[in-house]
Ligand binder design. Structure first.
Ligand SMILES: [Zn+2]
Length: 267
């Protein structure tokens, strides 16, 4: 599942390739946009909001996409082979003279007036990767989490309405680094003064640290197989104490994700 930093990096790369240029190809392969044609229109910019990607196109159009579990955007130079997946998984192709961008397996892909963006992202909590996160958005994120006090912290952190940008990997890693079990309620976490705020700060630091690169590393160790503390490591020994890392599904039906934790380090 893509995390906020993955989307942020995708948006930055798309922005660098497309912003200020006119589209020379527009090929939508989803039924609802089959007749849309953006050729000749200029791309104003591409930005990420939580896990949503917004491509703004003149005069007042936004191409909104969400990657969900395995969608992705790829950039290719003209005349290079596409490598993001089989052709039938392509949902959209947009090109400027020197770049072709291809969206694969995008479960959400829609055009809307830029002035209506709030309809698709207005529900989101503060974006952990926003430049203006400090200090007000930080307070707002903690406020929204506290308002969700009865829920397990592992669920509350993943809910993009509380705070936007945390996916499954950072959820597991932030909780490990905080020494908190994903099954504790938000209220229990908050009973220790400052703990909830530190958790939000930690999530932002991890996302920022990884935002500029394709790798997602929380251990400081870039070597393959060593990049995370507990995420993806069910049944393996905890890097800190040697206890076997546990894994279990967490969340309401249809929203369940596997979470990982060390029962000793995260009692
Ligand atoms: Zn441990």
């Amino acid at each position: 599942m893509p995390e906020g930093d993955t989307i942020w990096l995708a948006a930055r790369n798309l922005h660098t390739a497309l912003a200020g240029k006119s589209l020379v190809r527009s090929d939508f392969r989803v039924p609802q946009l089959a007749t849309a044609d953006l050729v000749g229109r200029r791309v104003l910019g591409v930005t990420a909001r939580g896990k949503h990607l917004l491509m703004r196109i003149e005069p007042d159009l936004t191409l909104h996409s969400h990657l969900r579990m395995d969608g992705s955007w790829h950039l290719y130079r003209p005349d290079t082979a596409w490598a993001g997946g089989p052709e039938f998984e392509v949902r959209v192709v947009l090109a400027v003279v020197d770049w072709t961008c291809v969206g694969y397996r995008l479960p959400v892909l829609e055009l809307l007036p830029t002035s209506d963006e709030h309809l698709v992202i207005g529900h989101l909590g503060p974006d952990l990767l926003a430049d203006d996160f400090e200090p007000l958005q930080r307070l707002e994120a903690a406020r929204r989490l506290r308002a969700d006090g009865a829920r397990p912290i592992g669920e509350a952190l993943l809910d993009q309405r509380n705070v936007a940008g945390i996916g499954n990997l950072y959820r597991a890693e932030v909780l490990f680094l905080s020494g908190v079990s994903p099954w504790r309620t938000v209220d229990e976490v908050d009973s220790l003064p400052g703990q909830l705020d530190r958790m939000v700060d930690r999530a932002r630091r991890l996302l920022l640290a990884n935002a500029g690169r394709a790798a997602q590393v929380t251990t400081g160790d870039l070597r393959p197989g060593r990049t995370t503390w507990v995420y993806g490591r069910g049944g393996q020994p905890c890097r800190r104490c040697g206890t076997r890392v546990k894994q279990a599904e967490q969340g309401a039906p249809a929203y369940t994700r596997i979470t990982y934790w060390c029962p000793s380090c995260q009692p």
